[in-house]
Design a protein around this ligand. Structure first.
Ligand SMILES: Cc1cc2nc3c(=O)[nH]c(=O)nc-3n(C[C@H](O)[C@H](O)[C@H](O)COP(=O)(O)O)c2cc1C
Length: 243
């Protein structure tokens, strides 16, 4: 049976975006329209996040001097140096707590939520507020370490100080990927970068202690002569495991 045409159209659009998004490292450096960057950043906010707590911020570096400092902290790598602008993904439990507070405010305000949705949101908000309160307790850090000694599968449990950092970073990464696909849809190019000195980036942006920076994203338009590496992926059968 053939798929309805709207599914086929969505699939076609998605495949085109997915193919078009490449790690671009040679940008033309021309200024971008604010509206384009804003649209891409706002699209990223629809990314899924743990408990919908959105524990990240997207720092758009509009100031040339700040952008230069951050590009230097990215070891002046090609993508950072030539990008029109940079976006720093910053994540922390503290940002998640801020979301929880505004979630409650949203639930208290008159809205179009029906009783069932309101009850669901309240239960979720309560559950995740409890998580944010208890999961970071220091006592969990040795517990997580001990458990991971028995089985490394426990090493990413979202408990204890470092567990919470991983937790926040993970949701930030989904926003980053959504941002890069949105950029592709808007005719912009991007490059995700983890090659940077996190301390220097944090200082350049005045980020509070406890913030993690999972990624810096270079944004711009590829130069006509941009060197884009041939795309290679492992054979499908090596990666997609069926059980
Ligand atoms: C977490 C992460 C970190 C990366 N860090 C860098 C980086 O510091 N510098 C860089 O030029 N590319 C970086 N990349 C881009 C990858 O090299 C690129 O995605 C990969 O080679 C596949 O190419 P494609 O994205 O064009 O398909 C990074 C990608 C990811 C997902």
């Amino acid at each position: 049976m053939s798929k309805p045409s709207s599914d086929a159209a969505r699939w076609g659009h998605f495949q085109a975006l997915n193919e078009h998004r490449r790690a671009v490292r040679d940008f033309d450096g021309a200024p971008l329209d604010d509206a384009d960057v804003r649209a891409v950043l706002e699209a990223a906010l629809l990314a899924p996040s743990s408990g919908n707590l959105q524990p990240y911020e997207l720092h758009w570096l509009r100031d040339e001097a700040v952008k230069r400092r951050v590009a230097e902290a990215c070891n002046t790598q090609r993508a950072a140096r030539t990008a029109s602008t940079l976006v720093v993904v910053a994540a922390s439990r503290r940002i998640g707590q801020r979301t929880a507070a505004s979630w409650w405010a949203h639930l208290d305000a008159p809205s179009g939520l029906d009783a069932r949705s309101r009850a669901w949101h309240q239960a979720e908000a309560r559950k995740f507020a409890r998580f944010l309160r208890f999961a970071p307790l220091l006592v969990w850090t040795p517990v997580r370490m001990l458990l991971s000694l028995f089985d490394p599968v426990y090493s990413l449990l979202p408990i204890g100080t470092s567990g919470m950092r991983h937790w926040a970073a993970r949701s930030g990464i989904y926003a980053a990927q959504t941002l890069m696909l949105a950029a592709s849809a808007r005719g912009l190019d991007s490059c995700p970068m983890e090659g940077f000195d996190a301390g220097r980036v944090a200082r350049a942006l005045g980020l509070p202690r406890g913030t993690v920076i999972p990624l810096v994203i270079a944004l711009g338009r590829r130069r006509p002569d941009a060197r884009i590496e041939p795309r290679w992926r492992r054979p499908v059968a090596d990666t997609i495991v069926e059980h």
